[in-house]
Design a protein around this ligand. Structure first.
Ligand SMILES: [Zn+2]
Ligand SMILES: [Zn+2]
Length: 331
């Protein structure tokens, strides 16, 4: 099965946390955390439509301004999610710049910021055309686990304790629509971005006779129902969990295992070796042993440790090996 989500840990296991997830046949990408972003080209950054921040410690958010700079005049909006008081943090970061050249110009960047505060979600829009002035937050309703629902994906969140509230995320594909390559060829069709449009139209439950432009263009447009029946097959969706910065306590362990249950892939911080547990406890981080054990308890297919302390820069393999060992022992 060709996956729809293509995740990439941009700065490797030792650099700032950034998970870039591109989507098959879509001109869009999701970002989990926004540490240093210079390893991503502008071409990659302009695809970002949603940013999910775990918290506002510097290493998780320092790249955000770079993203704003790249997107400033493209007439787009980005949805940004995180724990309260994320909106205040972003408004004061952006309040540190002068915006006179873009204020009132129109066609500028809109940031739709949503923050989880206890059992409610609050939102605000920071508008480039208004110099990103803070309008204050507004109640968006109760928080019941699902933060964001879009046609091809949804994202759940769990609140963890890291001395401050932190969000851990689960990216889910509610329905996976697989393209049958053989059928494409049989009907003289070629792969391309139109397959993403077709899947989106199916997920949006558009009518069966809804016309879909295809490739090559002279073969279409073809009705959605005709294409769905012949070239798509439904499979269980992909699940990717992202857990970064959490104290090793009973409540966090329970929430992580619940959120990541049965995920295909779990990205989890493994800041310190079990032998350095004191350091982990002092900074409210997980150890490698605990990270591997949590992955096993959640029954994930694969665990990817990251956010290792620079202390292990000369030998990160000892940390990743400890995660793997715990994962095997407890599976
Ligand atoms: Zn942190
Ligand atoms: Zn961190």
């Amino acid at each position: 099965m060709r996956p729809n989500f293509h995740p990439r840990l941009v700065n490797g296991p030792l650099g700032d946390p950034v998970l870039y997830v591109s989507m098959l046949h879509r001109r869009r990408a999701l970002l989990f955390d926004a540490g240093e972003l210079h390893a991503l080209s502008s071409g990659h950054l302009v695809k970002v439509t949603h940013v999910f921040l775990t918290h506002a410690h510097m290493d998780h958010i320092i790249g955000f301004d770079h993203l704003v700079r790249v997107m400033l005049r493209r007439g787009r909006s980005i949805r940004v999610y995180g724990p309260a008081p994320l909106g205040d943090h972003l408004a004061s970061r952006l309040g540190g710049y002068c915006w006179n050249l873009v204020e009132g110009a129109g066609g500028g960047l809109l940031l739709e910021v949503f923050e989880v505060d206890g059992d409610r979600i609050w939102g605000r829009v920071l508008d480039c055309g208004e110099g990103f002035r803070d309008p204050g937050r507004r109640d968006q309703g109760p928080f019941r686990g699902v933060l964001c629902r879009e046609p091809g994906f949804q994202v759940r969140a769990a609140v963890l304790d890291h001395g401050i509230p932190v969000l851990a995320y689960l990216l889910e594909e509610p329905r996976h629509l697989q393209v049958l390559k053989g059928s494409l060829e049989r009907f003289g069709l070629r792969p391309g971005p139109w397959l993403g449009d077709l899947k989106e139209a199916v997920l949006r439950r558009m009518p069966q006779d809804y016309p879909i432009p295809v490739s090559p263009p002279q073969r279409g447009p073809l009705p959605l129902g005709w294409l769905q029946e012949r070239i798509l097959r439904e499979r269980p969706g992909q699940k990717i969990a992202y857990v970064c910065d959490a104290r090793d306590c009973e409540a966090n362990r329970r929430r992580i295992v619940e959120l990541a249950q049965g995920a295909d892939l779990l990205y989890i911080e493994a800041a310190f070796l079990e032998e350095d547990r004191e350091r982990a406890e002092a900074t409210a981080h997980l150890t490698a042993w605990r990270a591997g054990r949590l992955a096993a308890e959640a029954g994930v297919c694969k665990v990817v440790p990251f956010h290792l302390s620079p202390k292990y820069a000369s030998n990160p393999e000892q940390v990743t090996a400890q995660v793997e060992r715990a994962f095997r022992v407890f599976t």
